[in-house]
Design a protein around this ligand. Sequence first.
Ligand code: FES
Length: 94
Amino acid sequence: MKFRRVRSANSKSTARPWLSPISNVDGTFYAIHNTCLHRGGPLGEGELKGKVVTCPWHGWQYDVSTGKVALNPAVAVACFPVEVRGEDIWVDCG
Ligand code: FES
């Protein structure tokens, strides 16, 4: 495990283009890869409802807690463990 500090609690950006902004779902934080498996859309710019983020380009939906595609759970983007340490968000980047 290689946890890295990706942002402070006061920032929205992770400053890492491959990583979607951290999703806060009812106080639990999730991090998935930012690139949609369909045609590379920016998942971090998609709308988040509950645990589901919708790609802004063509509407594929992903569960941010698993990275799995809603309509085909056999397919998934990378999903990274997240830890909150004080005011900072840390992600296990592998
Ligand atoms: S690029 Fe994401 S749905 Fe098409």
